[in-house]
Design a protein around this ligand. Structure first.
Ligand code: ZN
Length: 190
């Protein structure tokens, strides 16, 4: 799995400011793997297999993912499961919402998909939105778990790769101390 990241240049090394505000010497830019549809399809199949194992006899009817990170992998996972795919997005106030006419029915079986889980914040919001609609969230999954398995989403969770990421608060960052410019992944780093 990680070889896909290395081969597509998606494993970045440098000095990164993560969404959490922490600084890190490494970053996995999953968009660089997912830009290749055959690789996205393979990852979707792998996540789909894990979800099937968790769901057992139950059929997952819908995959839900937070935009933007979860769009492509969520879509491919839904394809692998023969499920529907919906996504959530943040409104102007930053609140995660289900828009564009998407609906979720009471009792609907759902799997939540994200590309990379760091704190699990976005995925957790999607789980809560689905549950607020009365859906049954059977599982959540990501390509990468950067939390070392620590991020809890309140539902069974899977990841294709779990890693313990080195990260420091800015004031303790050795790279800052060395004067190495910090970049935000997704902008210049990508
Ligand atoms: Zn730093």
């Amino acid at each position: 799995m990680l070889s896909m990241f290395h081969e597509t240049g998606a494993y970045l090394q440098g000095h990164f400011r993560l969404t959490s505000g922490m600084h890190s010497p490494e970053y996995l830019q999953s968009a660089l793997v997912l830009q290749h549809p055959p690789l996205a399809e393979r990852l979707g199949k792998m996540l789909g297999e894990q979800f099937r194992r968790i769901a057992g006899a139950e059929k997952i009817r819908t995959v839900a993912a937070p935009a933007l990170g979860g769009l492509i992998i969520g879509h491919e996972t839904a394809r692998a499961l023969g499920a529907r795919f919906v996504f959530t997005e943040r409104d102007a106030a930053g609140k995660m919402t289900l828009r564009r006419g998407f609906s979720i029915e009471p009792g609907e079986t759902i799997a939540v998909v994200e590309d990379v889980v760091t704190t699990g914040g976005s995925a957790r919001e999607v789980v809560e939105i689905a549950q607020a609609h009365g859906a049954r969230v059977l599982a959540a999954g990501s390509i990468i778990d950067r939390s070392g398995g620590a991020a809890g989403l309140g539902v069974p969770r899977v990841a294709l790769h779990t890693m313990n990421v080195t990260a420091w608060p800015p004031e303790e960052c050795p790279l800052c101390r060395q004067g190495v410019p910090v970049v935000k992944p997704g902008s210049r780093a990508a």
